[in-house]
Ligand binder design. Sequence first.
Ligand code: ADP
Ligand code: MG
Length: 315
Amino acid sequence: MREFELIERIRRRAGAAPAGVAVGIGDDAAVLELPPGHQLVATTDTLNEGVHFFAGTAAGDLGHKALAVNLSDLAAMGAEPRWALLSLSLPEIGPGWLDEFMDAFLALAGRHHVALVGGDTCAGPLSLTVTALGVVEPGRVLTRTGARPGDLVVVSGTLGDAALAVQQLENGETPLPEALAALLRPQPRVALGARLAGVASAVIDISDGLLADLGHVAQASGCGAEIELERLPCSAGLAALPEARRWPLLLAGGDAYELCFTLPEERSGRLDALRDELGTALTVVGRMDEGEAVRCRAGDGTLYTCDRTGYDHFA
Ligand code: ADP
Ligand code: MG
């Protein structure tokens, strides 16, 4: 396909621009209308073949994940997703690949009322960049900086599944279905993020691993944290693994796209209502304190040192 055909195909698939999009795909740039009294929240994330996904990953899985990881960042800010831009670097590809990619991208976009309003298309190694834009009312934005000693540390869903799938694929094993689903089709916690204003004191999404990401919250908030290993929420597949393999996956496994938030203890009663309303597991895994960085305590009371902290592209 030629570049023009490709863009035309994307534009057709994206459909008519909804209210709030004054100019969508087709001009030099998109023009968007912010709802009165809202702030714009902007984030961008890239997926590169061989770095973020295995060569040969299905187009649909890539279309879903390229958007999902960005919606996860908006969720962690408490923003309501609105618009996305899609920058594609593609080797020779056919219409079948593009349609499968767009089906999954637009299905996830539709579920979150996100309109595709522009992007860029060029030839090169397979690389997918999405810029996601959302809106939030001033004062309702959630950041990494508000945690205080004594606050509870809460995580949504389960941890370590996506990292387990990566490990299994690298070892040439057949990944567990639930682990593979976590890796390929993460579900961004947008509804949870939207409910955390006035509840959480700090929020982050877990993309690099709990230790690394909670470490960012601790550092940004000027406190430390202690995690209780036995409390970390994990799937049945992960629970069946020996501790020596399970704990590093739970603590340092990347690609989880769950939210980690801190909660002043007097608001801990809000967790039950949130669980009921959202149908999402929310597990208290530790507490912020005045100590150094993030420490992990085993069931017998001893401190556990994880040999990895999280994913670092330049390590
Ligand atoms: P320009 O040369 O002015 O940068 P392009 O030819 O790159 O314009 O793009 C033409 C239009 O198509 C623009 O509105 C752009 O936002 C949109 N577009 C290009 N690639 C994509 C894509 N992958 N997804 C969505 N919109 C795209
Ligand atoms: Mg361009």
